[in-house]
Ligand binder design. Structure first.
Ligand code: SDX
Length: 431
């Protein structure tokens, strides 16, 4: 990273210079860490539209080109040539595993898939119809009450054990939330199955008969995990980093990330998108909803459309559309009503000047709900699947943050626009 260039700011008759930092790809950044000391001024950037919160080597998005790289590798190639655990290894370690490393990592993860049996009691504290994301926030946060034998995070081995525990246990926790909601018995992990096949076993298997996952559907879900694994400094990842910057344990940080992801503007959009498609119901009503999405006085937004960074297409949406078609084909659902409706909605929206002018394209959430529904995953579980996969990215970003020699506790400032200083009136004088 070089800083040959400088940016000059002239304010209140003073001129100050700041170094411009140049990365590998993407926008250069002005290092304004000394702005307050040099000028007494702060920057204002609500929503962080023009703010780089950190330096990172993990993921890069080119919003104009519609490019997503994990450790430099294009998402299209990773989705095609690797499985999710290989991608998890890549994100965590910076390089793809060789054959031996791949086997060793898979074996390590398999050894951590079970939960402390006492943790199963947490589920019975929830109503059966509790939203599974509420369960996830609670149970993942509770991991720190059980796995505190490796909590010295200055120790790389302790970090690695906690990271592996999270990667291994999230599928078990998600599947148990689903089983609890359904009133079915929890299924223990099967070590004879690979990561995603084991997840499907824990989700859809029962003690009454041996469950044999469909390899086409397993591969499809595995690709879905890869597409959701990481995505730069999005809202939930920034939440994890900020929580971790105080020294909070990684289990609590991931629980905070899950809570943030739940929002419909973020990871909750896949659930909201399917609900929207169900509400639209028929192609004949698409125009009515496109009109609503364009109406400034209507808060309705086309769920699964738009993105802060992608101003062309979201490469994940394209890949998700392909996976969706493969799954529907495998299941004989090519004429799935919602899939056909989604394709028509996408076509109409992309031809509408409002969406073209505002550069609104389908994002990762647009098709993911349809394919997950076809896989038998209920709508309320869609964001849990997102959280399962994104845990790999979150925990990798957490480790990058706490091992950064420059890291400090995150503490943004503000522009105060409240009441000017005043004295407290006696009770009798208050209006
Ligand atoms: C994810 O950040 C990430 O990387 C997130 C994510 C990840 O992998 O972590 O990619 C996952 O969260 C994907 C996004 C899922 N959310 C949705 O699909 C919800 C619908 N989308 C919108 O809420 C919105 O597009 C956001 C939240 C995704 C992005 O919002 P921005 O960047 O703050 O953009 P904006 O809301 O300021 O929109 C710009 C304009 C606005 O109009 P004007 O005020 O300029 O007139 O576009 C309009 C918006 O009203 N607009 C939409 C729209 N999205 C934006 N209008 C109709 N429908 C939409 N979906």
């Amino acid at each position: 990273m070089s800083t040959e260039r400088t940016a000059t700011l002239s304010v209140d008759g003073k001129t100050v210079e700041f170094p411009v930092m140049v990365g590998t790809h993407g926008q250069d950044v002005i290092d304004i860490r000394t702005l307050g000391g040099k000028t007494g001024l702060f920057t204002y950037d609500s929503g962080f539209l023009s703010t780089a919160s950190c330096k990172s080597k993990i993921t890069f998005i080119d919003g104009d080109k519609g490019e997503l790289l994990y450790r430099g590798y294009p998402i299209e190639q990773l989705a095609d040539k690797c499985n999710f655990l290989e991608v998890a290894y890549l994100l965590k370690n910076g390089e793809l595993p060789n054959a031996e490393q791949k086997v060793n990592f898979e074996t390590t993860i398999k050894q951590h898939t079970m939960l402390h049996d006492q943790m199963t009691k947490f589920y019975s504290g929830f109503r059966r119809d509790a939203h599974p994301m509420a369960v996830m926030v609670g149970v993942v946060g509770a991991l720190s009450a059980f796995y505190h034998d490796a909590m010295d995070f200055s120790d790389a081995e302790h970090r690695s054990i906690s990271i592996n525990r999270l990667i291994a246990k999230l599928p078990t926790i998600v599947a148990m939330a689903y089983k609890y909601n359904k009133g079915e018995p929890f299924m223990y992990p099967r070590n004879d199955l690979d990561y995603t096949a084991n997840f499907m076993h824990m989700m859809f298997g029962t003690p009454c008969e041996r469950y044999e996952p469909n390899p086409v559907l397993v591969r499809a879900l595995d690709v879905i995990f890869t597409l959701h694994a990481d995505h730069e400094q999005n809202a939930s990842t920034s939440t994890v980093r900020l929580a971790g910057s105080s020294g909070a344990n990684p289990f609590a940080c991931i629980s905070a990330g899950i809570a943030c992801l739940w929002g419909p503007a973020h990871g909750g959009a896949n659930e909201a998108c399917l609900q929207m498609l169900e509400e639209i119901g028929d192609v004949s009503r698409v125009g009515e909803y496109i009109k609503r999405a364009k109406d400034k006085n209507d808060s309705f937004k086309l769920m699964g459309f738009g993105h802060r960074v992608y101003k062309n297409f979201d490469p994940r949406a394209k890949l998700m559309g392909t996976v969706c078609a493969e799954v529907l084909g495998e299941l004989g659902l090519e004429n799935d009503r919602l899939f056909k409706l989604a394709k028509e909605l996408e076509k109409i929206a992309l031809e509408d000047e409002y969406f073209v002018e505002k550069k609104l394209y389908p994002n990762v959430d647009f098709y993911s709900g349809i394919v997950q529904k076809a896989l038998g995953i209920p709508t309320s579980m869609f964001t849990c699947i997102f959280a399962l996969a994104r845990t790999v990215g979150w925990i990798t970003q957490w480790e990058e943050m706490i091992t950064d020699p420059e890291y400090k506790i995150g503490r943004p400032r503000q522009l105060y626009i409240g009441a000017a200083r005043r004295d407290v009136p006696e009770l009798a004088q208050r209006q």
